[in-house]
Design a protein around this ligand. Sequence first.
Ligand code: ZN
Ligand code: ZN
Length: 139
Amino acid sequence: MDIAHKLRYEGYKVTPQRVAIYEVLHGRTDHPTAETIYRELHEENPTMSLATIYKTMDIFAKIGLVQIINVGNDSCRYDWDTHEHSHLVCTCCHRVDDLDGLNISAMVKTVEEISGYKIHDHHLLFDGLCPACRKAQSH
Ligand SMILES: [Zn+2]
Ligand SMILES: [Zn+2]
């Protein structure tokens, strides 16, 4: 994904800050918070504010570049991977993992049949204890 091209195509300005924010997020699997991204970018971009990161992520989400995962308590995590997948949240260490292999389209079809709604979005999130925390708690 060429971020500069995508921003321009959608009518947004390509700024060094926007590019830096996308580059920090791209390719990682830990679904960072805005604060995490802020901390990682702060040293090289001392003028970048936390608000800029929130605003930039909202733009990215609007144009389909990132997925915003609301993990509850007004806490958001960001995912550059926008293909359809679900998430697991550990209630102990707060890690967020990807979950693939669920038949989401079948689930959506069932929901439509039951409710009569035409579904156009869904947010599937599973809370639990991750394998590492389960192991730690069993000792
Ligand atoms: Zn955990
Ligand atoms: Zn994900």
